[in-house]
Design a protein around this ligand. Sequence first.
Ligand code: NAP
Length: 251
Amino acid sequence: MNSPRVAIVTGAARGIGAAVAERLATDGFAVAVADLDQRACAEVVARIKSAGGHALAVQIDVSDEDSAARGTALVAERLGPPTVLVNNAGVLRDNLLFRMTNAEWSTVMDVHLRGSFLMSRAAQAHMTKAGFGRIVNLSSTSALGNRGQANYAAAKAGLQGFTKSLAIELGKFGITTNAIAPGFIATDMTRATAERMGVSFDELVEHGAKEIPAGRVGTPADIAAVASFLARADAGFVNGQVIYVAGGPKG
Ligand code: NAP
């Protein structure tokens, strides 16, 4: 089937999102590099363009209904109807339960859960019309529970239920919905975790690698490879799955 090849990747200015955007561009997608700060997307867009790909920087706050709807409409107008959506935008607001503020709870829910809901609702209109779509949600091994991350773990576990429900609802329109649940991936997010724990990033990486059967921590490219597979037309029978990408068995 000749499906439109336009992808939106949220939180794509850096880290895993940037790697997914670049990988999908290499796969031949025109990619909307979406993040809170449009200027922060410029470097990723420039890298994609200099490699011969097609990309557009788009300002989207995924937790804001108007921003999600307007951003998605802009992508449809400038690149064509989006048929791939990678809900990657994320934040951490770690704290132990007794110290966790309402704001720390709500911010994490708003970005991960509400954000994925708003973006998926906006994008599915284009996907159902095209009779083809791929939604990929970023969960986490933290969905299995993690000290200091009651908010994040709840949001990432919630995304797994969200993923399975969309898979059931949207499957008949040629749309698959799957989740990737990464383990330790070296990005600014895990750098910030090291800082918060009062250890160096190298120490955290070294300790993490010892705990991982593959003997190393993950890279954004490890996640991008799985997103690339899930976005393929011939991955159409993989639907409602949570794929742990953690260098060992999880889940
Ligand atoms: P990162 O380096 O912190 O990048 C996250 C990006 O999302 C940032 O550019 C951030 O922008 C953006 N963002 C935050 N709130 C947003 C919003 N409301 N709307 C749009 N964009 C927003 O994180 P990462 O490590 O690449 O993680 C990417 C995803 O993978 C997240 O969902 C994360 O939870 C998940 N994950 C990561 C790991 C890991 O080990 N790194 C493991 C499991 C799951 P600002 O910089 O402006 O905040």
